[in-house]
Write a protein that binds this ligand. Structure first.
Ligand code: ATP
Ligand code: MG
Length: 560
């Protein structure tokens, strides 16, 4: 697995890599420096598959150039952040196979330095305290042909210094004042029209408590965080492209110890799901799903619980690549990547999820025989396991029809069917209850076909999976569909909650699985023959086995 990832990584190159290579070749400020990146999540939710892409880019680039990548909690907003989220973020990154070593930081650790840099800007005449209210600021922002206005722009440095300090000391109410960078009120880029860099916010911060009542804006804070950590390349998503001039302006105008370069790449979107943390939180809080790690969620913990492997997600991120154009990737491509991995690596077992009993009437009543079958036809080294066979076995109810239907090769009276790896049996009929429901199917076996081969070479079209009714475990199986019925549930003015798929979860409580899975522990991926890839769920106990279907066998992904 590790080799596979490495091979894929070294094969692909992308525009970010090219930029970094150019920077190194040019020398200058990057001379003698090792490539240093960071992954900066805001600890206000769990990571999702979109973050996995960013993590693979940030850590992946550092790895490729033999550099380093920091993990930084971007916690400059004094909102509720939770240790629960921080711990989960760390766990997910480790699970993806990346390591920040001892470089774990909080942006809030830099508040003091950020404040000092703001004072430096004021002293240089590059920032001023503005007393426009948020509404007035909006009214005065101008348009493409009219510059923005602020009557406070030319206030003396001393006055701004004094007011800024008093803002910090809590003397003014929220919204009364801001600190603005003095850049260009007529700029075609509105982010440069004297953007607010500090605001008053009288909320305690989860780490700094009530020490601060002014907080830096993202566009001011982020370049400083990067500079303090000696980041050489600050990789982020495309929506920050128009903010890059401001990023560079901040770096150029503070006494920055280094000059990080911001490079933007496209965000990952996947259809039939939502990816914003706010929306994901709403799904959790309003009970549409059973927690952040619900197997239907696009969160990394949800995907992990669903049975996704590290290799499948890393390969997915590698294959979608990085580009400058936002696009939506099909969910089926993610599934394709999982199937690719599990086809190679998952152990095969038989499980019947909608059982009906098949009685082999000519088989001795108390006989049981055993078969040695391969655990994984793709890999001999995975060895063999023993399965048992006796007079009664479970088959899927849908593998029996009372009458022949064109193209149907499974059980119907008179038809021969192969019980996978065991015997060829001929269906002789069924028994129904008073409601007309089939409760038993009957067949006779051909003792000459042990192992499932016909000695005379006669054709047997249908092969079905089965479980020995004298030797099995009960299991619950959970089947999943997309969480949303609409491919783009949150595009435009759609309310994503209107598109929740009512059948996204099906629980089957009466499943029968071969005993070889006894004692299995998570993470354990299986192929249930003919049904798909499954894994043990967290809810599974020794007494009650619970499996999730990770993905079906049929590949819905069509190469375009
Ligand atoms: P959300 O809108 O889900 O809250 P966010 O961008 O606010 O996302 P952060 O915690 O700030 O979430 O993100 C940390 C990093 O992950 C950022 O660098 C961000 O650009 C990146 N990231 C977030 N979502 C995606 C995505 N869908 N595709 C690629 N990168 C992403
Ligand atoms: Mg964010």
């Amino acid at each position: 697995m590790a080799e596979e990832i490495k091979a894929a990584e070294s094969a692909a190159s992308n525009f970010i890599e090219n930029f970094i290579t150019e920077d190194i070749a040019e020398g200058g400020m990057y001379e003698g420096k090792e490539v240093h990146t960071r992954f900066p999540p805001e600890p206000n939710g769990y990571l999702h598959i979109g973050h996995a892409k960013a993590i693979c880019v940030d850590f992946g680039m550092a790895e490729k150039f033999g550099g380093k990548c920091n993990l930084r909690m971007d916690d400059t907003n004094p909102t509720k952040e939770d240790v629960e989220y921080i711990d989960a973020i760390k766990e997910d990154i480790k699970w993806l196979g990346f390591d920040w070593e001892d470089r774990f930081y909080f942006a809030s650790e830099y508040f003091e330095q950020m404040y000092e840099y703001a004072v430096e800007l004021i002293k240089k005449g590059l920032a001023y305290v503005c007393e426009l209210t948020p509404e007035q600021m909006r009214e005065n922002r101008g348009d493409l042909t009219t510059p923005a206005k602020s009557p406070f722009r030319d206030r003396p440095v001393e006055e701004s210094l004094d007011l800024f300090e008093r803002m910090k000391n809590g003397e003014f109410e929220e919204g009364k004042m801001t600190l603005r960078a003095k850049i260009d009120l007529a700029s075609g880029n509105f982010n440069m029209r004297d953007p607010v860099i500090y605001r008053i916010n009288k909320i305690s911060h989860h780490r700094t408590g009530d020490k601060w009542c002014i907080y830096p804006m993202y566009d001011f804070a982020h370049p400083i965080e990067d500079a303090i950590e000696g980041i050489t390349h600050s990789l982020c998503t495309l929506e920050f492209e128009a903010h890059r001039p401001l990023y560079d302006w901040v770096i150029d105008n503070i006494s920055s110890p280094c000059k990080p370069r911001q490079i933007e790449f496209a965000r990952l979107g996947i259809n039939n799901t939502v990816m914003s943390k706010r929306k994901l939180r709403q799904l959790v809080d309003d009970g549409y799903v059973n927690g952040w790690d619900d197997p239907r969620m696009p969160t990394l913990c949800g995907l992990r619980r669903r049975g996704y492997t590290t290799a499948s997600i890393r390969n997915f991120c590698e294959k979608i690549g990085v580009s400058k154009t936002n696009s939506v990737v099909e969910y089926s491509f993610l599934e394709h990547c999982l199937r690719d991995d599990l086809n190679e690596n998952a152990k095969r077992v038989m499980c019947v999820i909608n059982p009906v009993k098949l009685v082999i009437t000519n088989y001795p009543e108390d006989k049981t025989e055993t078969f040695e079958v391969e655990n994984n036809p793709n890999r001999e080294a995975d060895g063999k396991r023993t399965i048992t066979f006796s007079r009664e076995v479970f088959i899927e109810a849908e593998d029996f029809l009372e009458e022949k239907v064109k193209g149907y090769n499974r059980f119907y009276p008179g038809n021969e069917v192969r019980l996978k790896s065991a015997y060829i049996v001929k269906c002789t009929g069924c028994k129904k209850n008073e409601n007309g429901k089939v409760i038993e199917v009957y067949a006779e076996y051909d003792p000459e076909t042990r192992g499932g081969d016909t000695p005379d070479g006669r054709k047997v079209r249908g092969t079905v999976h089965w479980v020995d009714a004298a030797n099995y475990l009960d299991a619950e199986v959970r089947l999943y569909e997309n969480l949303f019925t609409d491919p783009e549930p949150d595009v435009g003015d759609k309310n994503f909650l209107d598109y929740i798929n009512p059948t996204s979860l099906t629980i089957l409580k009466n499943c029968k699985i071969e005993k070889s899975v006894e004692g299995a522990e998570r993470p354990m991926n299986y192929q249930f023959m003919r049904l798909g890839y499954f894994c043990l769920d967290n809810d599974s106990t020794a007494e009650k086995l619970v499996f999730n279907r990770s993905v079906s066998l049929k590949d819905g992904f069509k190469k375009k």
